[in-house]
Ligand binder design. Structure first.
Ligand code: G3I
Length: 430
């Protein structure tokens, strides 16, 4: 009997080791003889390859030892990856995933006491199959939060704006209680499978304020108010981080995420000051997400400068949380490159040429060359694309067909795919 038990134990351990070290389904989807070298890249980029092709190198492998490479998913890829190129490409090429909309509070908690976690549960299965780390996006935001959270009477049929004007907004106690109830449902369900959490999204103001208020369609700061009387309306941020931490535990990586920091130094400074204030108050924020909805006219030097600014927070984090030293990070959370800039911005249909794609590849190359400097220092640990391919991007509309990603509408890899791989190889000295 003893022998039988130890045999079963050995087999179980061997099986689990095998599935971990070979990366689950990823091994099945990519030719193991690929070398990820520059010579190989030069040869492969002359061929027409799709993201799902076995002989295409898996994108994430170029970045191993530097950072993860992620992408937005629908959640259900685990069900159809054997027949669907896009799903297969997601499982094969990336080792971090996020849901585009289905983990936002309006989806998960549409009415009091009503929860919908079907897509998020599926997302966890896709993550397991793809041996990927997962991001939860997002717990607190001013958009895609159920309107009833902000109303004194959740049945009120008026808009939140109308409730604001007529004094029918929720009280702080109500909003706190609704957020707490939501976090109690959401976080225990995913705390063992989802590592990175956007606890607060897009809180920093684009006007003269520091934190967004109703003038930017956010009601959080005014409903919560300045609880501790320090003159800053960021107490809801503190409450959200502390509550997710309390419910989720010390292992979760809790992030604040925002846009425009890639080029806006004032906004970056506001983010820096806000996170510093939080850290010094004992609120453990583990990192800042640069969304990076950039255009092909991006000034890479300014982007670098702003990343350097936020990197400076890691020293303050280490001082405030010495037991978690080195745990502060930056993630690039929603990357795509809008090609419709300058005179193209307002134009109608534009036929993209080989020159356009070559130009885009060059900007992506220079961008990744810069980002790899931060990955090499260990401060950037993830770069995630907000779309799998040019046909699946929020910045498209019928008349303004955009081409912002590494993959075209037929799932063929573009010159930009090889450009970012090249930047990674050069940083590895391969
Ligand atoms: O849910 C409804 C559905 O019921 C309806 O049938 C359908 C018809 O149009 O609309 C659906 O809602 C859409 C939703 O995406 C889900 O598909 C909304 O209209 C649409 O506005 C929404 O857009 C999302 C947008 O966030 C909303 O703010 C985009 O897909 C999503 O890519 C985008 O993502 C944001 C990040 O969360 C935060 N940073 C900026 C980024 C880009 O805006």
């Amino acid at each position: 009997m003893k022998r039988l038990i130890s045999f079963i134990l050995c087999v179980t351990v061997a099986l689990s080791l095998t599935s971990c070290s070979f990366g689950g389904v990823k091994k099945k989807l990519t030719d193991p003889d690929l070398t990820y070298s520059m010579e190989e890249l030069e040869e492969l980029q002359t061929r027409e390859l799709k993201i799902s092709d076995y002989e295409l190198p898996a994108l994430y492998k170029y970045f191993e030892g530097k950072c993860r490479i992620g992408v937005v998913t629908d959640g259900y890829e685990y069900t159809n990856y054997e027949t669907d190129d896009r799903a297969k490409g997601i499982l094969k090429n990336y080792n971090a995933y996020v849901l585009e909309n289905a983990m936002k509070p309006d989806h998960c908690n549409p009415a009091p006491g009503v929860y919908d976690f079907d897509a998020a549960d599926a997302f966890v299965k896709t993550g397991e199959l793809g041996s990927a780390e997962l991001r939860a996006h997002t717990v607190v935001w001013h958009s895609q939060v159920p309107e009833w959270w902000f109303k004194a009477d959740p049945e009120d049929t008026g808009s939140v704006k109308e409730c604001y004007k007529k004094g029918r907004l929720a009280t702080r106690e109500q909003l706190e209680e609704r957020l707490r109830t939501y976090i109690d449902e959401l976080v225990p369900r995913y705390k063992n499978t989802v590592k990175y959490w956007d606890v607060v999204n897009e809180a920093i103001s684009d006007n003269d304020n520091i934190i967004k208020d109703h003038t930017e369609k956010s009601y959080w700061s005014e409903i919560f108010g300045d609880v501790d009387g320090d003159g800053y309306y960021d107490d809801y941020i503190e409450y959200a981080f502390n509550t997710v931490r309390e419910v989720g535990g010390d292992d979760l990586v809790l992030m604040i995420n925002d846009y425009y920091m890639e080029w806006d130094e004032t906004k970056t400074q506001k983010m820096y000051d806000t996170v510093e204030r939080m850290l010094r108050k004992g609120v453990r924020i583990d990192g800042v997400g640069f969304q990076s909805h950039i255009g092909s006219d991006i000034d890479i030097d300014i982007y670098r400068k702003n990343l350097e600014k936020i990197s400076g927070l890691s020293k303050i984090y280490d001082e405030c949380f010495p037991e978690y030293k080195g745990n502060f990070r930056i993630q690039i959370t929603e990357l795509e490159m809008n090609m419709r800039v300058g005179e193209l911005a307002d134009a109608g249909f534009h036929p993209w040429s080989d020159e356009d794609y070559a130009y885009q590849a060059d900007v992506y190359y220079r961008l990744f060359d810069m980002l790899m400097d931060f990955a090499d220092q260990g401060i950037i640990d993830l770069i995630l694309f907000w779309g799998t391919d040019d046909g699946h991007s929020w910045i498209n509309s019928d008349l303004k067909e955009n081409v912002p990603l590494l993959v075209d509408r037929k799932y063929r890899v573009k010159p930009a795919y090889w450009a970012v791989a090249r930047a990674a190889i050069e940083h590895s000295g391969k």
